[in-house]
Write a protein that binds this ligand. Structure first.
Ligand SMILES: Cc1ncc(COP(=O)(O)O)c(C=O)c1O
Length: 404
């Protein structure tokens, strides 16, 4: 307790579990422990060289003042042109709002659509800020299940069944954190068709991992659905695509009529994004894309190793994720709860992972493993997990009787 009278909604915010694990992992590492961090969701690469050069030049030469609250015109235009090229739908610069990190678009959407009496649907398990931002706005956060037996997608009918007259927004995330699931096009078709009966409902489509899609996963952008075009908010940014998490740069594509509303919220919060970050972002979007493809190929190789390695562990099963850089193994066969397993793997095996329940009640029984670490670390972590489970878990035969 602080002794102050505080806003209960602010006090009620639950901190994102990944940051708590990061703090603990860093503290243990500083104390000399050989921690392997598979907890944090950020690429382990440097941003492309031409991006760093553009930023260094901008730091020297400016501009150094505020920019428009919604972003530099050149950057908004470059983002619009990029999306128009990728998805074949016309996106205009005046629909693009540049923000300090992808997360900010979640907050802005929750502030704009939320409030007392509103309901907002979000995925469970899902990225924790969805639920917290909805609740902070005063709206009711209504979870819809993400299902392992659907390769960590959702059932559109189930989502639609939760829509009420109070529903203002549905949050969709594909490829997803924490599962790596990619929602199949057919399911998005069904969702879009069903939403035609609910014209009062907008959609926030979080596509921050859209450049990290593997094999034949059938990624589709909700921005490209004509029936939803005037009520989709697209969330994307530079963090995952260009390995720029610390640069705090993201964007939303908003229905044009909402941009003045968003602009007002920005002017009472961050005013605008740092010039250097915006100029770096411009270089990233307009420059060569070879580094992005290189990052994707590297993640694809690690994904193979992670999925095979996890499936070889006693009591663990893992679906091959279609996108992002997360695996979400089911650990119910180990005989340990996911919370205990995550805790003990950190304390006893020096591996930082996130328990699935940090992402919602439906995440219980799973761990989130981020494979944004090099192959040697991944192999070492899998070996340590194997040793830990050999002593503390059930044997393969006990975990899955009759499989030998
Ligand atoms: C699903 C999802 N959306 C948005 C974000 C936010 O990204 P940023 O770091 O750009 O705020 C993340 C980051 O982990 C994420 O996993």
């Amino acid at each position: 307790m602080t002794g102050f009278a505080l806003n209960p909604r602010a006090v009620g915010i639950e901190e994102e579990g990944a940051f708590a694990v990061l703090d603990r992992a860093l503290a243990l590492k500083a104390a000399g422990r050989p921690i392997i961090n598979l907890g944090i969701g950020q690429p382990d690469f440097d941003p492309p060289g031409h991006v760093l050069e553009a930023a260094a030049k901008a730091a020297r030469e400016g501009p150094h003042g505020y920019t428009s609250p919604v972003g530099m015109p050149a950057l908004r235009e470059a983002v619009a042109a990029d999306l128009t090229g990728r998805f074949g739908v016309g996106v205009h610069a005046d629909e693009v709002v540049i923000v300090p990190g992808g997360k900010v678009t979640i907050f802005l959407a929750a502030m704009l659509f939320g409030g007392e009496g509103a309901e907002i649907l979000y995925p469970d398990p899902g990225f924790p800020p969805y639920r917290e931002a909805i609740a902070f706005s005063g709206a009711k956060a209504v979870p819809y299940p993400i299902r392992e037996d659907r390769d960590f997608g959702f059932d559109a009918e189930e989502v639609l069944s939760l829509v009420t007259p109070a529903t203002r927004l549905v949050i969709i995330n594909s490829p997803a954190n924490p599962t790596g699931g990619v929602v199949p096009r057919a399911e998005l078709d069904a969702l879009a068709a069903g939403l035609e009966a609910h014209p009062h409902v907008a959609v926030l489509s979080d596509e921050i991992y859209s450049h990290l899609v593997y094999d034949d996963a059938d990624f589709a952008s909700l921005l490209a659905y004509p029936s939803l075009r005037d009520r989709v908010i697209l969330l994307d940014g530079w963090s995952k695509t260009f390995a720029m998490t610390g640069w705090r740069l993201g964007y939303g594509v908003w229905p044009k009529a909402l941009v003045p509303q968003i602009r007002k919220i920005i002017t009472i919060t961050h005013s605008c994004v740092a010039n250097v970050a915006q100029i770096a972002g411009l270089a990233a979007v307009t420059g060569p894309r070879e580094p992005v493809e290189r990052f994707r190929r590297t993640f694809a190789e690690r994904r193979e190793a992670v999925v095979a390695g996890l499936n070889a562990l006693p009591g663990v099963t893992c679906r091959a994720p279609g996108g992002a850089f997360y695996a979400f193994p089911n650990v119910t066969g180990t005989g340990l709860s996911s919370a205990e397993l995550a805790e003990r793997l950190l304390e006893e095996a020096d591996i930082a992972l996130i328990p699935g329940e940090s992402f919602g009640a439906n995440g219980r029984g799973y761990l989130r493993l981020s494979y944004a670490a090099d192959m040697a670390q991944i192999e070492e972590a899998l070996a340590r997990m194997g040793e830990f489970l050999a002593v503390n878990g059930r044997s393969k035969e006990e975990a899955m009787p009759g499989t030998r």
